[in-house]
Every structure is written in structure tokens, then in C-alpha cells.
Ligand binder design. Sequence first.
Ligand SMILES: *[C@@H]1O[C@H](CO)[C@@H](O)[C@H](O)[C@H]1NC(C)=O
Ligand SMILES: *[C@@H]1O[C@H](CO)[C@@H](O)[C@H](O)[C@H]1NC(C)=O
Ligand SMILES: *[C@@H]1O[C@H](CO)[C@@H](O)[C@H](O)[C@H]1NC(C)=O
Ligand SMILES: *[C@@H]1O[C@H](CO)[C@@H](O)[C@H](O)[C@H]1NC(C)=O
Ligand SMILES: *[C@@H]1O[C@H](CO)[C@@H](O)[C@H](O)[C@H]1NC(C)=O
Ligand SMILES: *[C@@H]1O[C@H](CO)[C@@H](O)[C@H](O)[C@H]1NC(C)=O
Length: 734
Amino acid sequence: MGKPRHRQQLVLTLLFGLWFPCCLTQTTPPSRTNLGPTPSSSPQTERLKVRLAGYPRKHNEGRIELFYKGEWGTICDDDFSTANANVLCRQMGFVSATGWTHSAKYGKGQGKIWLDNVLCNGGEKSIEFCKSRGWGNSDCTHDEDAGVVCKDERIPGFVDSNVIDVSDRNVEEVRLRPVVVTAKKKLPITEGVVEVKHKDGWAQICDLGWTIKNTRVVCGMLGFPHERKVNKNFYKLYLERQKNFFLIHSVGCTGTEVHLAACPMEFSKPNATWPCTGGMPAVVNCMPGPLFTQNSSLKKKIKCLKQLKGGARMGEGRVEVLKDSEWGTVCDDRWNLQSASVVCRELGFGSAKEALTGARMGQGMGPIHMNEVKCLGNEKSVWSCPFKNITAEDCKHVEDAAVRCNTPYMGLENSIRIVGGRSSYEGRVEVQVGSKWGTVCSTGWTTKEAMVVCRQLGLGYSMHAITETWYWDSSNVTEMVMSGVKCTGNEMALSQCQHHKTVNCQRAAAKFAAGVICSETASDLVLNASLVQQTVYIEDRPLHMLYCAAEENCLSKSAAKANWPYGHRRLLRFSSEIHNIGRADFKPKAGRHSWVWHACHGHYHSMDIFTHYDLLNANGTKVAEGHKASFCLEDTDCQEGVSKRYECANFGDQGITVGCWDLYRHDIDCQWIDITDVKPGNYILQVVINPNNEVAESDFTNNAMKCNCKYDGHRIWLHNCHIGKKHKTQNYQL
Ligand SMILES: *[C@@H]1O[C@H](CO)[C@@H](O)[C@H](O)[C@H]1NC(C)=O
Ligand SMILES: *[C@@H]1O[C@H](CO)[C@@H](O)[C@H](O)[C@H]1NC(C)=O
Ligand SMILES: *[C@@H]1O[C@H](CO)[C@@H](O)[C@H](O)[C@H]1NC(C)=O
Ligand SMILES: *[C@@H]1O[C@H](CO)[C@@H](O)[C@H](O)[C@H]1NC(C)=O
Ligand SMILES: *[C@@H]1O[C@H](CO)[C@@H](O)[C@H](O)[C@H]1NC(C)=O
Ligand SMILES: *[C@@H]1O[C@H](CO)[C@@H](O)[C@H](O)[C@H]1NC(C)=O
């Protein structure tokens, strides 16, 4: 059956995952031909690429490889030093090195040994400026390949695949100074005088020759996808009377740059101002993306963006694109800032801050739709860029591309705080309402609300929604100022959620103020849809084999009226394979003390409701409910290189490790839907994992799986099994 061709869409799943990155390619700073009379210009060099290779490694450690004269090669460990490692780490965008390794600790490289007896002072901009025996001159073997361990902290402004060495230039940061001071400052600031930060302070840009392309670059840096025209006359009168300090002039961006520093421009002499005769300070006006606009007609567009999955940080995550109504990832070959920027702008953010390779934001599941994406940077959609289709062995999910986009400053973190907890990631929630800070009523406080708080604070995901906070430091509990909070989960701030107009809480502020425990990482469960499709069948199971199942409520209600032990139940059976593709292990919320022993099946149930199995008719009415299954969670198997941690047997720890899956085979008890009472027809089979969002996940939108189901009274067929939104279900009809 042909799949419907849907309009191709793009989504950024704000998911995290630290897997085994495959390669990290860096280049030296672009040559500086276009820069004006700035001090400290370094010699022009051919771009030297540096990467980390070998095994086992992380994104910040590995064997050093250099790309020189069209060939990758290694460095010999003779005379290697921390100073050398520092130069290499900085060259790859890390703040410094924490160590280095010798004797091919990450495995032996291949090809040339490019450098030997390298002696850096530590301050060099690139390894090629350090003393050595010269390119390709070495008496070493690959047994002596050197490696580095870099501090896992990025140089500010550093971008992953193209280097913009901001430290070397006079443009470090850009901001907008609004000229029109309205009574109430609205964020984000979208219009104003462009100010650039340099080492001695902030300065203006002379707007002679300024183009809308320059504006586009500035807007992109500030988190805005588009630029608008400015009414210059409006500013002219005002700005002419001001004393301006023009540091930069003659800016000539092409519009595809992700940082102003990458545009050609000229600088005034140190500590001198450029005359800018006949000009004025550059002023820009940016158009915010739908997420950041107050315009209600634009807000409607957010609906389609709501598929944007809530992430630890806004505007960052693995790139996923929709093709033939199926979500898939993008392979990181040739993934760069220009392509990443197209993705970012398409999603309503600014240009890209980083183009991440090697599944730095976790591995996706399912198809990989694009490879070797090569955008120029001005395309409206990533689908307009040249790319290659994937053939089977081209790419794996360890190469999933991700982005970190520039987002506008919203000041969201200023109207909320958490207090009393044991660490900066947990505490009682306090919000500012008017000028007053106070607590939030914990009635109805769930993971969804807690997720919004953690996101607003920039602390990632919520591990737990706390409804009793008395055991935290309660010496200074403030008054309750908010109650009845109900979020959809996608809001950027708690104030955007529904809440009571006047505080109405049955619970005491001191004991029952709402609290959160936030975490940078979370699990993410996804069902293997194709396995369900492949394994489905019908079984007429004799009642005498179903005593245990009846005891665990795995049969529909009419089973109670059956003539036990005679007769049978008709069961729709299939296998469920639940993968954890997140960045933290999935663990039941309840501690072991509250797990329930199920003698019949001989294991503990750690979650009351782990999955829902339902059969729905076309209008969403349930015609058969599998049951609210509670299971014993464990790692059935894991992908290569990951070891199992959880096991049900012997009261073992329960959970699903990142990179592992829990398989419920079609032939185990209760792994079915009782369809004894279902008439022949067309239906939807729906499986929802973690349906009450009881355990935190980085993405709840991929927790439902649906299949079209055809039942002729004897046999059953499933097709188009896919991960998708949970079907709106109506009342139970049996
Ligand atoms: C520029 O001025 C700052 C302080 O005003 C001073 O510290 C710095 O040395 C000056 N630079 C030059 C090159 O004169
Ligand atoms: C809101 O956006 C729409 C569509 O872009 C535009 O036509 C309208 O003028 C905007 N309204 C305001 C108040 O900015
Ligand atoms: C990719 O495959 C589709 C059909 O699946 C085809 O229409 C398209 O032209 C191909 N694109 C490239 C770049 O090969
Ligand atoms: C509680 O408030 C008092 C007075 O405002 C302050 O001195 C004290 O440090 C606060 N205690 C805590 C634990 O924050
Ligand atoms: C899903 O199940 C199918 C069928 O067993 C298997 O081929 C495929 O590798 C599984 N997918 C994942 C992501 O493990
Ligand atoms: C849904 O469909 C069933 C039959 O398939 C019908 O009996 C029921 O009334 C429908 N419900 C609604 C709300 O349309």
C-alpha cells in the first residue's frame, strides 16, 4: 500500500544524548584577507584540519589526526607535552587540555605520521606554528601515536564545524540598544542601534555602505530568523545629537555568515573613532520567529511548530526532517554552520551557533533522510539545499547531525527561582507575580508543569515534580502567590500556563509548595513500530491457560462472565520492543520498597502503568482495551558497546539503560489485547508508553505508536505502523 506523500517538513527534536561521536573535524581560523588594519594579523595559512579519532573516545578526547596535503595523519608522542595538547584542544574549540596520551592509547592511526618532536609554547594559534621536525619527517611508528584529553568546555563563540576565531578579531559580541524607550520594556529587543563588543568596551558601526545583508547577519546572531527595513529618518535626528564611537566601518556581509566577525569590514585605529562623515550608527530591525512574537496571528503558526520537542535548551537538538510522513535524521557528513543556520532560521531561531556532528544530541531511530547537505545559507528550507539520498550503508545514527541555534534573549529566568533544595538543580519553586515573590500551590503539580520550570530556568528537564517540600530548608517559606497551574508542557515560562486568577490552594505553603528536581539529561523511550507490524497474529487461547492473566486484569471485562475453565479468549498478540534513545536511564519513579510482587508471573512490578494497549475505531472510540500494563523493566539487549544494567530476576534493579531495549515478546503472558468482543472491521492499534508522563523523558511526543488494523473475523493485518501523536480517544465502548 502506497504511503501518502506529505508536504516535507522539518522539525528539530530537542533531544539530548551523549553517544560515541564518530568524528570531530575542525579547521584553523579562516584566512583574514578581508580584515582591515587590525593588529596582530597572523600569517595566511592553508586550512589545517584537526580531528579526534580512535577508540574508546569521547567528543573531547582521542587520537590526534591532522589533515594536511589532502591526507589524514597522526602526531608522534616523542617530546609531547601539555603545551602541545593545549594548542590542539584550543584549535578544536575547547578551552584547554586536561591531559595527553602516548603509545597509541586510542589505537594506532593509519597513513602518514605528520609531525614528530612537536614543541609548542602553548600560546600558538595552531599546531603548525609550533617547532617540530617538519611535515612528514618522523622516525616513529603508529605505536607512538599521541592523543589528547580536552576540557569539556567550549571557547565562547566557538562553533563546531567552522571555526570563527572571535578572540582574534575585534567583534566579540553584538547587542541592540533600543532608542525608543517605551514605558514597559518588551523582550525580546528586535530593533535598535547595533553595538559591538571589543576588548575595551562597546562601540557602534558606521552605517555607510550598510546593507540588508549585514542586518541579516546581525539578526541571526541575536536569535531572529528574518530582518526588516528600518525607518532611518526616525533615528537620524536623534542619533546625530549623540556622541558615537565608531569602531567599525565598511561592513560587507554576504548574508550567509553566522557571525559578524566572518564578514569583511574595516576597523578604526586603536582607541580612535572613525569619522563616519555623512553616516550614522547602524540600526537594524529584526523579525522574531513565531515562538517569540506577541502577534496573535503569527502565534497561530506556532501550532505546526508545536511539534518542536521540548528540550533542555531552547533551539538546540538533533535535526529531524519529515519525508513521506516519516520522521528521519540527517547524516553529519559535510554538516556545517551554513546548513545548520538554514535549519535554525526555518524553525524560527537565528543563525546557528554550532553545527554538531557525531550524534552529540543523541541518536535518532528510524530512517536517515538526508546526507551531505550543502546549503549556501540563504535557502528558505533545508530541502532546497543540495543533498544526497541515503543508501543503506552510507550512514548510521551515530552520525546524526544536530544544531545549537542562536535564540533571542527573553529574560525568562529572571521571574522564577528555586530555593531550599540541596543543590542548584532542585528546590521549592518561587515565582514573581507583580513585584512579589512567592510559592506555587502543589495541587495538580505534575511532570508537565515541572518541565516548564526547569526549561524556564535553563536547567534542562524535570526529573521529578515535587508536591511535598517540607523536608527541604523551610526557614524562609514565602507566601503562596500562584495556584491551579496547568501547562501543556510546551510553554517557555510558567506564567504562560493556565492558573487561577486568585490564589486558591487547600494546602499549606510551608509543606506543600510545588518543587522541582531538574536534570540536564533525561531518558526517551520509543517503541519499535516495524517489529509490532511484523509480529502481529491472533491466538484463541483456552481459558484454563489464562488464570494468571485474569488475576492481573489482562482480559476484557466480559471474561468474568465466561464459563471458566471452558472456552477461550481471542487475543491480538504482538511484540513490543521499547528502546531508550535518550541520554539518561529510564527508571521507575517508585523506589523498590513500593514495588509490588506478582506471584503469578513471579516478578516485581515497579510501575503501575507502563503502557496502554488499545484498539480504537476510526473515530477514536476504544473498542478493546488491552490493559494498563505494568511490567518489570529490564535491559533485554543493547546496541554494540553498551552493557546491560537492569535485570528483573532476583529483585534486581529495574530500568532501561540508554542504548538498550526492553523486549516483551509476543508469546509472554499479557502481551496482547483481548479482542474476543470485537467485530470484524478496520481499526487503529495504539500503544502508548509511559502514558501518564510519570517518568521524565526528553520527548513525550514519540511515546505513541499507531497502526492501521484490518480484522476479518479470522485473521488480522497491520500496516503503516508508525510513531505519532496519541490518538484523541473517546469513551470506552464495549
Ligand atoms: C585604549 O584605551 C584603553 C583604556 O581607555 C587603554 O587601556 C588601552 O591601553 C588603550 N589602547 C591603546 C592601543 O592605546
Ligand atoms: C501580525 O502578523 C501579520 C502577518 O505577518 C501581519 O500582517 C500583521 O500586521 C501583524 N500585526 C501586528 C500588530 O504586528
Ligand atoms: C532521492 O530519492 C527521491 C525518490 O525517493 C528522488 O525523487 C530524488 O530525486 C532523490 N534525490 C537525490 C538528490 O538523489
Ligand atoms: C531567611 O531570611 C532572613 C531574613 O530575610 C535571612 O537573614 C536568612 O539568611 C534567610 N535564611 C535562609 C536560609 O535563606
Ligand atoms: C525493529 O525491529 C526490526 C524487526 O525485528 C529490526 O529489524 C530493527 O532493527 C528494529 N529497529 C531497531 C531500531 O532496533
Ligand atoms: C464512532 O463510531 C461508532 C461506530 O464505528 C459509532 O457507533 C459512534 O457513534 C461513533 N462516535 C462518534 C462520537 O462519532
